[in-house]
Structures are given as structure tokens and as C-alpha cells.
Write a protein that binds this ligand. Sequence first.
Ligand code: FES
Ligand SMILES: [Fe+2]
Length: 387
Amino acid sequence: MDTGTAYGRPAPAYRKELTEVSAGSPMGELLRRYWHPIGLVSTFTSKPLQLRILGEELVAFRDGQGKPGLVYPRCAHRGASLYYGRVEERGIRCCYHGWLYDVQGHCLEQPCEEGGGARRDNVRQPWYPLEERYGLVFAYLGPPQRKPVLPRYDCLEELAPGEFVEADDSSIGSGGPQLVPCNWLQHWENVVDPFHVPILHGSFSGAQFVAQMAAMPKVKFETTPRGVKVESLRPAEGGKTHRRVTEVVMPTLRVVPNPRVAKYGRVESIGWVLPIDDTSFRIYVAGRVTEKGELGKFRSRMAGKLWHELTPEEHQRHPGDYEAQTGQGAITFHSEERLATSDKGIALLRRFLEQQLKIVADGGDPACVAYTQESAYVRLEAGQELQ
Ligand code: FES
Ligand SMILES: [Fe+2]
């Protein structure tokens, strides 16, 4: 009898505690203990912006004094959306009855009330703190008493002459729409999966990076105080070895040296995976460059074309990260996985996340949360060299 047919297979399931990001969910609370980039500095303007972050609907703007704001959309008066509000010198004014809120949600004016509102000080529009750095706006959506210092990263702080930091929000590395319609963890786990590189980006779709990266690497996986680190060794020219270290760092950092091996040395950029909700994410990148627009320059080509130029059939013939990860489904079914020895990075990362969930559940501070400038300075190991 032939067994193993698709008939009668168990109902699939995914691990909610690792994937779901709404407020009150275990991962949602873990992620809410960190700053996350939520936009380019340039997208915060006097035109209110509708954003979804970690499953929360929010409105972002920049007041006339240049201060960025992030507020709950429903006006504290009677719920009109501040998306239709007008941004002024001191904040955002609701279109319905004109209540004016500053970037911290203080109600400054109630024009329909006697004397501009004697009790307006009792009103607070729910808001979140923001900080700007590396060309990105970072938001903290967690408990105020646990707000950490916004970290600095050595690879974006220690610049060589002629280098500067620029930000990019175009898409995942190999191209695709800005909003990727699958769970954020599918993408983050991909960073500690070096074995997909010679297959997906090496042989299956043709060399998407450079020939050197198509070789099957010798790999060492390790948990670090910040996340998980992967060291890949590949043969290189002149009998040398190409040593490449990539890291995932809490909360959602992708610290990956340029896979086109344009330069050797320490990692050039950091990518953040921002969960929009449980079934979509987007990417923000900040990197050291010597030329404006350099970060967006290294897009993979499949059959000589950029991602958005491919026909549906070409996507099928030349899949990249977007196809592989969205192909796993909106949230991959962990119950149907068979982790093998080459998936050690994934296993270490999930274990690391489980430990961080437990720390938060027990009332502690998870990895990489720091409350002083000094301890919030992060030194990374990622980079690549010839040995
Ligand atoms: S609903 Fe916003 S001011 Fe009335
Ligand atoms: Fe990839």
C-alpha cells in the first residue's frame, strides 16, 4: 500500500508566541521593549501619514517646529481620524471640532469650548515617543517606564573619511514590493540560513550575487549575547578563504555584509525587519556609503532583470528571497517543518527568542535593552575578509 499521501494529514499550525506581534501577545510585548525604525526622516512631513506598526494603526506627522509625532488616530474628543487633521506649528489639529494636539498628545486648544477649554489639560491623545537617527525615525511602543536608550551601532558610528550614513526603505535585498506579505520571522530567520545562498541565489536561479557566493560554505553557528551569529567559510581566489560573518541582533536587526562581496571589511549596513502586522513586514536599512543612493544600487537581477520587471513566469523560473519567503505562506506552518542539521541557525534563533520571551514574562529586561548611552553602544562582529 502506498502511504504518505496528502489525504488525512493533520491540521497545520504555527507558533503564535514566536510570530504574532499585537499588543498583549508574548512576541508583541517582547518587541515593544525596543525602538523600531518606522519611516525615513524625509517621509515625516506636514501631511499626516497612516501607518500600521506591530498591528497598531497610527498617524505620523512632523509639526511646524520640525518635531516628528506619532499618535493614535482616533481623536480623544469624539474619534474623528487625525489622518484628516491639519498639521500646524505646535501640532496636529482635528478636522472635526479643531482640538489641537502636540507631538506628546497634550491638548493645546479646544476652540468650541469656553476660553479654549478650561479642562483641556485632562485630555491626552495617546502618543508614542520618537527619535531620529541614521536618516530613520525610530518609535518606542512599549511601557514608558521601560523605555531604553536608542542604541548606536559601531558600523554606523565609526566612519572613514568621505563616508556618511544613508537610509533606504525600498524592499528586501533581492527586490520586491516594500510591503512583503508574510510574517516577519520568515524573513528574519533567512539571515541565519546561509545554506540557502548557494541554492536559491547560486544555482537555482543563476548566480544572483557573485560567483564566489555560489560555493557551498562551511558554517559555524553560535548564540551571542545579542542574538545569533553565523560564520561561513568559502574557497576564494589564490587558495585563500573567504570568511563571512552575519548576525541577527535583537530586536529585528539583520547584520549582513554585502553578498556581492564588493568590499572586504566590517559590515556596511544594518537592516531592520519591521512587522507591520502578523502577516506583513517591511525593511529599513541604514548604511555607510560614499555616494548618495549607494544602498539601493545593489539590487539582485534575475535573468538580467530587476524583480518588478519579471513576468509571472519569470518569477516562477527565477525565484529569489521574496518568492521563497512569501511562498512559505502568510505565517509558515511550523507543525509541518522538518528542521535538519543545516537549520541549526534557525533552531538557535528560536531558542534565543524563547529565552527572551521568558525574561519579559518574568519581569526582566531582554537582550540588548540598555538604559545608559555607554551600554547602548553596540559592537557588531559581522563582516567579511580573505584569510
Ligand atoms: S472629534 Fe476631534 S475635535 Fe471633535
Ligand atoms: Fe536570501
